[in-house]
Design a protein around this ligand. Structure first.
Ligand SMILES: [Zn+2]
Length: 168
């Protein structure tokens, strides 16, 4: 909106006032954009922090000895899912008894087998023979320990827990 008066000085003051008003709007707009950009930056940095913290935590995310109840539940769910896949993928893996999660030492063994599988298939830049090792050593090694020797699991038909004394 343009005001005109008969006084040139007054007209000039009005034009200056309009200019100042426009500059103020531009400044507000700029401030708002900077605030948005800052918030976006902060959220990105927090995302990076969260990722690196998760990465640091994951170093111990499979150490049952150090897990809290929530992390233990998460890891158990992950292993359940993986073992289920494994049992359908490899008939040999059906020798892992359905009650495996009731046996603390088998939980540890399965966790280690799962980590070896991840190292072979899911880690960036895996060793080219890791998958062969997993098939030749780690999977059959675990199955062998489950079935043979003084600490074999004898739960093919029904879960037979070891006596408490075995873990004392
Ligand atoms: Zn059992």
């Amino acid at each position: 909106m343009t005001h005109t008066t008969t006084d040139p000085l007054a007209d000039q003051v009005i034009r200056q006032a309009q200019l100042i008003s426009q500059l103020r709007q531009d400044l507000n707009q700029l401030a708002s954009e900077i605030t948005d950009a800052y918030a976006d930056l902060v959220s990105r940095i927090e995302g990076i922090d969260a990722t690196s913290t998760t990465g640091a935590r994951s170093a111990a995310a499979w150490c049952w000895r150090d897990l809290g109840p929530e992390a233990a539940t998460e890891l158990q769910a992950e292993l359940d899912s993986w073992v289920s896949w494994l049992r359908h993928r490899y008939p040999l893996a059906k020798k892992i008894p359905p009650c495996w999660s009731e046996h603390p030492e088998v939980v540890e063994e399965i966790t280690a087998l799962w980590l070896a599988w991840q190292a072979a298939y899911q880690e960036p830049g895996p060793s080219l023979i890791a998958a062969a090792d997993w098939h030749d050593r780690w999977l059959p090694g675990l199955i062998h320990r489950l079935e043979h020797g003084p600490h074999a699991i004898n739960c093919s038909t029904i879960h037979q827990p070891r006596p408490e004394a075995a873990y004392a």
